[in-house]
Design a protein around this ligand. Structure first.
Ligand code: ADP
Ligand code: ZN
Ligand code: ZN
Length: 754
């Protein structure tokens, strides 16, 4: 037994159920527990290299029993009394200092001081206080009545007294701002012994007062859905709320949240992307004020620790967040709402853990006995199937709020207006006319094009050369604003060339079109109509997204052009027209989910049209008007799409009928990665041969200078078989890595890959 040197945490940072959750995640998604921890725990909780060694006075200065390295550290300790681990690293010029540090602790030369409190810094703010002497009415009036010179100081004092009376406490920043006095004037009052300044720790997160204020009534059909969801929770853990766009799902959620927090429980409201939180948070804050915390990856580590502690103590009742908010230490979690459950952004890509927020939520709910409500207008096939199988409850909301109809859909067959066969039409005359007419009525338009940039590629018309990325196997996109070519896979930026790099000709044309180009064309075609653009390029800054949305809400923008970002869950009340500029791009790539995705995108973006007084219109530009997905979109027929697609999944043994594990191989050399994938596939072929698809090169077979190969394993839904297969995959990885040639091949298993 060793002596206890110091207590790390008076109580564990994480709870037992969290550890179980982490263990499950590592196992299920085939990664290490360390990788899960890195994703789950705010780094300010982790032991960092800022751990401090403190010299033990009792040790004295007899260093004769120390070896060389120990001596170096001891000497420095004696001199400076304490050392950070990073300083120890510098002294010894090695990274692994723990063995030496442990020896020094063992020899009682030093203690370690826990760094937890050191890395988390509470935020300090200066408060202004009245000196005790003047805390009494008589002394105060005496002071004011006999005020000599310095009228500005008196003004400042009066402003202070007024603020104090109205709000109970006053910070220095606030006082200076509201009284427009100077720092020197405040200092003068402090020197006179009238005011004093005190630093105090404050919350980084500004919480509104704690209030529950749910002031609306549900419509009859919403009320019915609300009751059905509750009824469903009596017997089931998970319920799907399939409500068409604008049916008021959020209102049903709010009533449910109210119910759970009135029982004293917590609620987690998950969204697929943080960009969506700004609109929802404003809606929720109206009803639940200071009970809500937001949690996602854009928060600083200090802020995360604060939220973490408030969730743990139960002070926060509602968390609104992206998938990572599943990792918070819930105190008594009653309900998880997983909004837009179909959205593929719920799945984490790189780095591990490659978990799906919805599926992980369902597992976590089983640990905590909480309920899960999945919500969507276009559920994922997997979820809808589970509901149809009676595994989940199913509640439908099939009317839009206020009896508004779903928008009228119309196809624009761009073949009929193309001048040459194969010519891409960006904005048909019909669409342009309707945008004009819509703006003239004071209504707004959303245009959806799933490509950002100006033109997705530049082609030489003489030899066919296309500008490509040097690191990736993809063509570059021209961005006019920066006048550069960009790779959307690795982010590399290239100067533009006026001439073809293969044949020297200057006959370069831009093929296809992105959001930036559309914005430019609209600006010249539609005089007096204000155009806004929303894609990754325009919302890079922290609040840019929110500002754009608010400008659109306040009708400062007439036409909003955007990528997928305009599709998702936004609620605007004045949009009359939606244009889908290139429907064909949505259905033309090889993936078993392509039709489901295309339907979801088109139905969701259509759903932005029409509120209150008008149903709205949707124009879809295509060269393939008979495509089965389009036929379902025209009818807003989710179930029709589902029935057709689920049959194909059954026939070709794709999820939900099978479970997919994708194994990706990455290496700098193409030959090596190709061989590695084949060797690996052969090594697991014997038991799983009939389930393997590939190995094959993915469509984009080189990213960031690494060549890629992929192997897909479609397993029957037999948990023992799946567990065995996961073990065999891991064994296969080890075996591969034991061969010198494949040592550096990166192998990435992705369970339930999307
Ligand atoms: P969904 O999320 O299902 O697309 P929303 O919850 O965004 O639908 O509701 C659409 C619109 O209808 C919103 O502007 C919302 O404020 C309004 N709305 C829905 N239900 C109600 C209700 N019961 N009372 C008042 N307004 C409602
Ligand atoms: Zn690239
Ligand atoms: Zn050329």
């Amino acid at each position: 037994a060793k002596e206890i040197i110091n207590l790390l945490d008076p109580e564990p940072v994480i709870q037992r159920y969290q550890l179980q959750f982490w263990e499950w995640m590592a196992e299920y998604y085939m990664c290490s527990e360390g990788e899960v921890m890195a994703a789950a725990l705010p780094s300010h909780f982790k032991l960092s290299s800022e751990t401090i060694l403190i010299y033990n006075e009792e040790f004295g200065d007899d260093f004769s029993a120390l070896d060389n390295e120990e001596y170096l550290v001891a000497e420095a300790l004696l001199l400076k009394h304490e050392l950070k681990l990073s300083e120890v690293q510098q002294i010894l010029d090695v990274t692994h200092v723990y063995p030496i540090v442990n020896r020094l602790i063992g020899k009682k030369l030093c203690f370690v001081w826990e760094s937890l409190k050191q890395t988390f810094n509470s935020k300090k703010e200066s408060f202004v206080l009245l000196e005790h002497e003047f805390d009494n009415e008589d002394r105060l009036s005496e002071l004011l009545n006999n005020w000599g010179r310095a009228p500005k100081q008196m003004e400042l004092l009066l402003a202070y007294l007024h603020l104090m009376k109205t709000q109970g406490e006053v910070t220095k920043t606030e006082l200076l701002k509201k009284s427009s006095a100077s720092d020197a004037q405040l200092k003068g009052l402090v020197e006179k012994g009238v005011l004093r300044i005190e630093k105090r720790s404050v919350d980084r997160l500004h919480f509104a007062p704690k209030d529950i204020f749910v002031d609306f009534d549900l419509t009859a059909s919403q009320q019915e859905a609300f009751q059905k969801v509750q009824l469903c929770f009596d017997s089931r853990k998970v319920c799907l709320l399939h409500g068409i766009t604008s049916s008021g799902k959020t209102h049903v959620y709010i009533k449910l949240i109210e119910q759970f927090i009135r029982k004293g429980q917590q609620v987690l409201y998950m969204l697929p992307e943080i960009t969506l939180t700004s609109q929802i948070i404003r809606r929720l804050q109206k009803h639940f004020g200071g009970y809500i915390g937001i949690y996602h990856s854009k928060f600083s580590q200090n802020e995360r620790v604060e939220i973490w502690n408030k969730v743990k103590s139960g002070e926060l009742k509602i968390v609104l967040g992206a998938r990572s908010s599943l990792f918070l230490p819930y105190h008594d979690l009653g309900l998880i709402i997983c909004d837009e459950e179909h959205d593929s952004s719920y799945k984490q890509q790189d780095p591990a853990p490659r978990y799906h927020g919805r599926d992980a939520a369902i597992f976590m709910a089983s640990l905590l006995q909480s309920k899960v409500l999945l919500g969507s207008a276009t559920p994922s096939l997997e979820t809808y199937y589970n509901a149809k199988q009676d595994k989940y409850g199913l509640v439908t909301l099939s009317e839009r709020f206020g009896d508004v109809k779903l928008p009228a859909m119309e196809i624009v067959d761009t073949r009929t207006i193309a001048k040459k066969p194969g010519e891409k039409i960006m904005l048909s005359p019909q669409l342009l006319d309707e945008i004009k007419a819509t703006a003239a009525k004071g209504k707004q338009t959303i245009l959806f094009q799933n490509r950002r940039g100006y033109a997705p590629y530049q082609v030489c018309t003489v030899c066919g050369w296309i500008a490509e990325c040097r690191n990736c196997d993809v063509s570059l996109t021209y961005h006019k604003f920066s006048n550069k070519l960009k790779c959307h896979y690795c982010g590399s930026i290239y100067p533009i060339t006026a001439t073809c790099q293969a044949c020297g000709s200057d006959k370069l044309v831009q093929r296809s079109f992105g959001t930036e180009k559309i914005e430019e064309v609209l600006t010249t075609e539609l005089e007096g109509v204000k155009i806004g653009r929303m894609d990754i390029d325009t919302v890079r800054n922290k609040n840019a997204h929110d500002i754009l949305i608010q400008q659109f809400e306040q009708k400062k923008i007439d036409v909003l052009v955007g990528t997928q970002m305009v599709v998702k869950g936004l609620d605007f009340d004045n949009v009359d027209l939606v244009g889908i500029l290139d429907a064909d791009a949505l259905v033309h790539f090889a993936d078993f989910r392509v039709n489901e995705r295309a339907f979801q995108l088109m139905e969701q973006v259509s759903g932005r049209a029409g509120r209150r007084d008008s149903a709205g219109r949707v124009l879809i530009q295509t060269i393939n008007p008979k495509h089965p997905v389009l036929l379902h979109v025209l009818q807003h027929d989710y179930v029709g799409m589902y029935n057709e697609e689920i049959e194909k999944r059954r026939q070709f043994f794709y999820p939900p009928f099978s479970r997919i594990i994708q194994v990706q191989f990455r290496h700098k050399e193409r030959d090596v990665v190709t061989d590695a994938a084949h060797v690996f596939a052969r090594s697991i072929e014997v038991p799983y041969g009939k389930y393997l698809v590939g190995p094959a090169e993915p469509v984009v077979n080189r990213v960031r200078n690494m060549f890629l190969m992929e192997l897909l394993i479609k397993l029957p839904r037999d948990s023992q078989l799946i567990a065995r297969c996961k073990r065999d995959i891991l064994n296969g990885c080890n075996q591969l890595h034991s061969e010198a040639r494949f040592k550096k091949v990166v192998i990435v298993p992705d369970v339930d890959a999307i």
